[in-house]
Design a protein around this ligand. Structure first.
Ligand code: ATP
Length: 354
């Protein structure tokens, strides 16, 4: 188990800056997600932590020891790749035991260890089978077995479930999380899937264009996005954004949307200029008594929820209702917002005002 700290880590490939100065700490035993769109630098960040790529500048510490320039082989970690490459000519047991045999562990000890790992992963009955005919899930389990058998300090996983279909993916993600909880080893996991990150992670780093946008527990990132990018990337449908020229006065803070003033107690100290009002669809309440109004342009019934799209004077907005509302396209409806669920962003920087 290990604490991993990266400090002002940067990576350039020639003249291209793939990872801008990044700093965060992964605590011992955490299931930690590196989340962001394709090309944002999450794989490069993971590879630098694992020692498969050396940083251009900055430091990486594992359990307080600086390892920035050390190769992977000296970091006592295990990497689980997306295309879990197994040795095709070996059976399941041999695939799992191979790293231990390479280390020179005595055969009797290897057999005991492989038996324990197979038990944890529920693959005892296939130990003698060739890997060629295995299902995707069993191949994944064997790959995990090979990674965990050495008792590494930390696991690094790069979209390990990316190749699986949706249903199976969900099943394996639960299995992975359970395995983590049983072993309690630090796990760093790369994904572009926000739902996977929210479901599995103890903490999440959201990256965009090589920069860390936000770092925190899933609920914090969902409820208090630090930037518009995070608010957009997490949640489906994503947060609504209404642009307004604002004055958010300090003390008795209020937001003026169109000609309606919404009281926002305890919201902000004060801000002005081009602002963006951010509210998640589940926090848009349909309320005929509310002065701020929108016109229904579409309704979608999704079984457990209903999404209602409305045009407002400040732009389009989606409301998520838990129960079926009888609303018709073209209807004007009042919209009520609870100040505690609203985030105001500086429109030019995209940063949340707190
Ligand atoms: P994906 O999910 O698509 O893998 P990512 O967020 O993991 O994306 P990285 O693989 O870290 O992103 O890549 C970040 C940027 O660095 C990309 O623009 C990529 O093309 C570039 N890059 C990555 N590795 C190299 C390399 N060895 N040489 C040059 N550019 C690279």
């Amino acid at each position: 188990m290990a604490q991993i700290r990266i400090e002002s880590v940067r990576k350039d490939f020639g003249s291209f800056n793939a990872v801008k100065s990044s700093t965060f700490t992964i605590e011992d035993g955490e299931f930690f997600m590196l989340l962001g769109p394709s090309g944002c630098g999450k794989t490069t960040t993971l590879r630098m932590m694992a020692g498969l790529e050396l940083p251009t500048s900055g430091e990486i510490y594992i359990d307080g020891e600086e390892v920035s320039q050390k190769p992977a082989s000296q970091r006592d970690i295990a990497f689980v790749f997306q295309m879990f490459a197994l040795y095709p000519h070996m059976n399941v047991g041999k695939n799992i035991s191979y790293p231990l045999l390479c280390q020179g562990m005595p055969k009797a000890q290897v057999r005991k260890k492989v038996g324990e790992i197979a038990e944890i992963l529920g693959i005892t009955d296939i130990l003698k089978k060739p890997v060629g005919g295995l299902s995707g899930g069993d191949r994944q389990r064997v790959a995990l077995g090979r990674a965990i058998v050495r008792d590494p300090k930390a696991f690094f996983m790069d979209e390990p479930l990316g190749a699986l279909d949706a249903e199976f993916r969900e099943h394996m993600s639960e299995e992975l999380r359970n395995l983590h909880d049983r072993m309690n080893a630090t796990t760093v996991y790369v994904t572009h899937d926000q739902l996977e990150a929210m479901q599995m992670g103890d903490k999440i780093v959201v990256m965009n264009h090589g920069s860390v946008e936000q770092f925190g527990v899933p609920q914090e990132i969902y409820d208090w996005p630090a930037t518009k990018f995070v608010a957009q990337f997490i949640g489906s449908p994503c947060m609504n954004f209404l642009d307004f020229k604002g004055k958010v006065a300090g003390g008795q803070a209020s937001v003026q949307l169109d000609d309606v003033v919404l009281n926002m107690p305890e919201l902000l100290d004060g801000a002005s200029g081009d602002l963006t009002f951010g509210v998640r669809p589940e926090h848009v309440h349909l309320d005929d008594a509310a002065p701020y109004r929108g016109k229904v342009v579409a309704t979608e019934y999704l079984g457990t929820t209903q999404i209602i799209t409305l045009d407002t004077p400040n732009g389009q907005i989606k409301a998520r209702e838990a129960s079926l509302k009888n609303v018709a396209v073209g209807e004007q409806i009042g919209l009520r917002f609870d100040a505690r669920t609203v985030t105001i962003f500086d429109a030019s920087t995209g940063r949340a005002l707190r």
